[in-house]
Design a protein around this ligand. Structure first.
Ligand SMILES: Nc1nc2c(ncn2[C@@H]2O[C@H](COP(=O)(O)OP(=O)(O)OP(=O)(O)O)[C@@H](O)[C@H]2O)c(=O)[nH]1
Ligand SMILES: Nc1nc2c(ncn2[C@@H]2O[C@H](COP(=O)(O)OP(=O)(O)OP(=O)(O)O)[C@@H](O)[C@H]2O)c(=O)[nH]1
Ligand SMILES: [Mg+2]
Ligand SMILES: [Mg+2]
Lengths: 281, 292
């Protein structure tokens, strides 16, 4: 018999709450309920199969979530290999999300795959930023371009790209200072860095523990600066990480990797199917 | 926008001479949405809704307030009650070395907050020092050194080798030797699923026996705040909370949830990266921002 509007809303409210608890942003939960209510209205389920309704809803929900995450699979190693040299990656995001550590992990991954890598510390602002990336560079046996604190961050990026081109380096990874997406001056500074560097990919790093603010971060970084892909760090702290959905939905860009710890090897390809099934469990 | 819808719900309710269940429900629904968008723990949101509903039906005190004011008052009171009421201060005990251990999730703002609290206390003429107890993060000591540059605040750092616990214990001896009133201890970030790190924190607390442990929470943390705070509270009773990055767009509802579950007061909020971008916690300001 056909599903009633009331029954649909009741079921969707339940699933909506589950998703909110997993940190999926409220505007996305609203959109999801609206879309699914339309899809499910009038759909028929077998009269005596209680599980049939649940199965149907979960099926439609899974489709919606997978559609939100998109299916563009970016493999940075492959992209680096086929790219014109140097392959340039710019890392952006708010304060403390895991940019510097993620750069070290990506550098490690590229190096393990036989590529030469140059690091650039375009964070010329935060206390200890140069020392932090510098120690990673030393540990990984990689060169790093840096300037003294207070220098123009865009000039560090420019210098690094120039050096990478001269020396035939395969990839240059550029770190930037954390910044609030609500600070117009800092967003303009980032625009300038991007304009000067002309990255092959700009990567937004988001903290997996972020709640509704992930939506705002993605929206503002997308509109002020623009990015091509997302890496969700600290996924080991929050495996439900609804922020992945919020960010994908508002920016229409894919989450391509997740950070799963503090070691260089703690970087995994993001798997939308696994992620959605873990969310639904 | 959220604040517009809240305003409308409020106008809508107060335009009525008699407020029906339906109108109260509509108002409460808007409050719930505001709190959820602000990342308040879902269980806490429903608990608060019940409290506001009760206050509305059977007010605790006779105010003679208009209906509208009573609604706003009930909403604010419910939230402020969770935060422990009026402002709370960091208590510095006399005639002893006050040891405050800063703990929290990776990247939450501990190191920066250690610098800010040190500077805050120094400006109030406290003899304060800092111990760099994070022996894991690359550049942690440099970060502290640079943050404290020019402040005259003494910093204890050891070259790599000793464990975090050993460094901190040596640092406490150093602080006593300098006859300091307060010493702030920075530690490496950690989260509840990292068992050995949570055990390390337990060991730090047990062997150092601090005056209090301070939990540093990022304003943007979502529904995991409560569980993370409870995990920290298990290994180190949370004495105070600091909420950072309130200069962004995040409302800090997670911090509210954390406070509700561990019962420790928020004493400071971070509103920027600079040492002076630091305020004493104001519950009314925090709640106003949360409600948009
Ligand atoms: N557990 C865990 N910790 C992580 C992960 N990624 C980063 N971290 C930790 O998060 C903290 C902050 O990382 P950073 O790389 O300094 O973050 P950032 O975005 O560069 O910070 P700012 O430059 O200050 O904005 C560090 O303690 C990292 O070790 C992860 O995937 N899992
Ligand atoms: N905008 C803003 N940034 C802040 C605030 N507090 C800290 N930060 C920034 O957040 C980032 C992380 O701060 P840290 O002090 O390194 O965080 P942490 O908790 O010590 O990190 P780990 O030691 O890696 O766990 C840095 O970029 C800080 O400058 C704040 O109140 N506002
Ligand atoms: Mg960094
Ligand atoms: Mg730190």
């Amino acid at each position: 018999r056909p599903l009633s509007r009331e029954k649909i809303e009741e079921i969707l409210d339940d699933y909506g709450l589950k998703l909110i608890i997993c940190d999926v942003a409220l505007p996305l939960v609203d959109e999801l309920k609206r879309t699914l209510a339309e899809t499910l209205e009038g759909r028929r389920t077998p009269l005596f199969d209680r599980d049939a309704v649940k199965k149907l809803v979960e099926q439609e929900l899974t489709l919606f979530l997978l559609k939100t995450l998109g299916d563009s699979q970016i493999d940075l190693v492959e992209e680096a290999r086929k790219s014109q040299k140097p392959f340039k990656l710019l890392f952006i995001g708010v304060n403390g999300v895991g940019k510097t550590t993620t750069i070290a992990k990506v550098a490690h991954m590229l190096k393990e795959n036989g590529l030469s890598v140059l690091l650039a510390c375009s964070d010329t602002f935060r206390a200890g930023a140069v020392e932090q990336l510098g120690q990673h560079a030393r540990a990984l046996g990689l060169p790093m371009v840096f300037k003294k604190y207070g220098s123009d961050p865009a000039s560090v990026g420019f210098e690094a790209v120039h050096q990478a081109s001269r020396k035939g380096v395969d990839a240059v990874l550029i770190d930037t200072a954390g910044r609030m997406h609500t600070d117009i001056n800092l967003m303009d500074e980032l625009k300038k860095i991007k304009r000067v560097v002309e990255p092959s990919y700009t990567i937004l790093v988001v903290d997996a523990l972020t709640g509704n603010d992930a939506w705002n971060q993605a929206a503002d970084f997308s509109s002020h600066v623009g990015f091509d892909a997302v890496i969700l760090a600290k996924f080991d702290a929050d495996v439900k990480g609804g922020a992945a959905l919020s960010v994908s939905f508002i920016s229409k860009k894919p989450v391509i990797y997740v950070g799963t710890g503090q070691k260089y090897s703690d970087l995994k390809r993001f798997n939308p199917k696994e992620y959605v099934s873990s969310l639904m469990s | 926008s959220l604040s517009e819808r809240l305003q409308n719900a409020l106008k809508f309710i107060t335009r009525q001479a008699y407020v029906s269940e339906k109108e109260v429900a509509e108002y409460l629904r808007e409050i719930q949405r505001a709190l959820i968008m602000g990342d308040v723990d879902v269980k806490l949101v429903s608990q608060l809704t019940e409290e506001i509903k009760k206050e509305f039906k059977e007010p605790r005190e006779e105010h003679g307030l208009s209906l509208k004011d009573r609604v706003v008052y009930a909403t604010y009171q419910g939230l402020i009650r969770i935060l422990g009421g009026e402002k709370k201060e960091l208590r510095i005990l006399p005639h002893q070395l006050n040891i405050f251990v800063f703990m929290g999730i990776q990247g939450s703002g501990k190191t920066t907050s250690v610098g800010k609290v040190a500077y805050f206390l120094k400006k109030r003429n406290r003899r304060v020092g800092v111990i760099s107890g994070d022996v894991f993060r690359p550049g942690a000591a440099d970060q502290l050194r640079q943050l404290l540059e020019g402040t005259g605040i003494p910093l204890y750092v050891e070259p790599l080798g000793n464990s975090s616990v050993e460094v901190i214990k040596n640092g406490v001896k150093w602080a006593k030797g300098l006859d300091l009133e307060v010493v702030l201890v920075d530690t490496a970030g950690r989260h509840r699923s990292e068992e050995s790190l949570m055990n390390e924190m337990k060991q730090i607390i047990d062997e150092v026996n601090p005056t209090a442990a301070i939990l540093v929470i990022d304003a943007m943390i979502g529904q995991q705040a409560r569980a993370q705070a409870e995990a920290f509270n298990k290994v180190a009773k949370v004495g105070y909370v600091i909420v950072t990055k309130l200069d962004g767009s995040a409302k800090g509802g997670g911090a509210l949830s954390a406070v509700a579950s561990v019962g420790a007061p928020i004493v400071f909020v971070g509103v920027g990266e600079g040492l002076e971008e630091f305020e004493e916690f104001d519950p009314v300001k925090f709640v106003s921002r949360l409600l948009g």
